[in-house]
Design a protein around this ligand. Sequence first.
Ligand code: GDP
Ligand code: MG
Length: 657
Amino acid sequence: MLISIKRLLQSSALQAPKCYRLSIRQLSDKAAGAGGGGGAPIRDVDLQTFPPEKIRNFSIVAHVDHGKSTLADRILELSGAIDKSMLNKQVLDKLQVERERGITVKAQTVSVLYTYQGEQYILNLIDTPGHVDFSYEVTRSLRACQGVLLLVDANQGVQAQTVSNFYLAFANNLEIIPVINKIDLPNADPERVKEQLYSLFEIDPEKVQSISAKLGTGVSSLLDTVVKEIPPPPTKSREETLQLFLFDSWFDRYKGAVNMVQVHQGVLTQKSQIVSCKTNKEYNIKNMGILSPEQIEVPALYPGQVGYITCNMKTAKEAVIGDTFYLKDNPMPPLLEIEPCKPMLFAGIYPLNPADHKDLRSAIEKLCLNDNSVSVSEESSPALGHGWRLGFLGFLHMEVFSQRLEQEYDAETVVTAPSVPYQLVIKGDKMIKQLGKIKTVSNPGEWLEKNFVEEYREPTVIGTIITPVEYLSSIMELCNEKRGEQISIVNIDQTRLNMQYKFPLNEVATEFFDELKSVSSGYASFDYEDAGYVQSDLVKISILLNGKPMEELSCICHASKAQQKGRHLVSRLKEELPRQQFAIAIQAAVGSTSKILARENLAALRKDVTAKCYGGDISRKMKLLRFQAEGKKRMKSFGNIQISKDTFVNILSNKKR
Ligand code: GDP
Ligand code: MG
């Protein structure tokens, strides 16, 4: 499928994501003919003599729930990698959280053998996650591929992630095979989806394949197309000196860091001593093999082949995605560069019980080995004790991470309110010397007031929303409320629109997705990509209890929203704080200034000191009450307000009661 990129970018008002281009594409194998099949197990193949021209590397990409993992099941069955069974449901989604939530979180590579026109081909396929939070998994997966299967649900049509995945594949110069899935559904409308694909991406309707991943219809002919259309990897000879690159890594309790690699040239054997271009560290191979989907040990991997290796890597952090390895004493330049992923959302994680601090540390360390995209630093809070500030790719990523901590490591945690990373442009030579010109702050506790700051900046994103026309006005209203700036609105067909907005990240990072679903009865979809920092009028809201600031409850927001946010926090606190012997003034203020945004009073718990006075003189009762009032005054000025950890948990935690 060839489309001129210029024409394509002109034809739709969309922007292609900022991506690197992959290596030169080779000519595709144009052999045409009858359908193929599988059956032979890949373990019987002689990798040493297997020609690299018969290897195909591709990813399955699509919007959430359009059927990627189900298609992977059928491909595994068809190729004989797993037995055909009605019980095969998303077999590559191995994590408990993936099975419970029905989503893919981690991209999975699998190698299968497929026979086309009597010839055997190795297909290395990568099943990817669809949700925007895990788009880094897609980005890095695509670097190991020459093509993608772009799946679209025949009933739902093109959605926001379909658009971003298309451009990601396009910018990586990959062969795109458009596929309409779920044609078995009674209300499937493949013709309408073809129209959408044409109007958005100028995809020729003739090129679109129709399948049912559930029933297996059309899957075999789809694999024939994979063999015909997707070029083999651009490898060099096995005679050359070894060069391989790493495109995925995870942590295995028993084996340590397991790395997925693709050999570009030369031969990787069990005896190879390899060196990393990034870290210059040397490694000895311990195990190597291919995934199909179980691990099959092999003695060597040849150009174009994809497999796993384990070596003496202490931590998975040593495994840098995109790193190139060469043979010791034979240095080679890096093959490609993959930009490390950037955390978009930060939150504090604390043990529910401070005694569990050590266990939680080890759980976080282990889980981070599995998930390279999380950034970790230590922090502490007077109310919650010692904990960590973790950086995530988005809200779902944060939820999945804390769920995995609970499920896989039995860790009970308090997760504080998330914050995006802001930039502070510092002024004053002394301060600049101390902090640098630009300070990134993702914890409101580190915020600096205006006298030290020339300018505040907040991160922004370009959001893509795809929606049926009838929700246009309510979505526009929501976007305005979120400080969105409209970039474009274009028709995809008579019934659907593609809207692009520029948003401040903090407005869309948490609840926006749910709000969008609720104003569009669940029909609108949303995806975003990083659009850099812009100057912004930001303030810190501090919460004061009887004039004393409670740092854990402070937050950063845009000046125009400070009042609303302050009121909300104050009223939540009034609900949550237990009444005490004296009255408490709960206030929200801008920064450390005296500008009070909102105030609530929590009345004192009145102890009936006159309860024991039966009858008698009124002056005696008055005296008792006067004593009580004086006592309370003393308490108010000297006493510390006791806030239980539960109150913090309830206010800060994302888990609503
Ligand atoms: P993914 O998020 O893209 O990996 O989607 P899944 O493979 O997890 O599938 C999402 C849902 O769609 C599951 O309930 C599947 O059973 C269902 N599904 C996938 N393919 C088909 C299909 O061809 N027909 C029908 N009717 N349902 C399908
Ligand atoms: Mg999936």
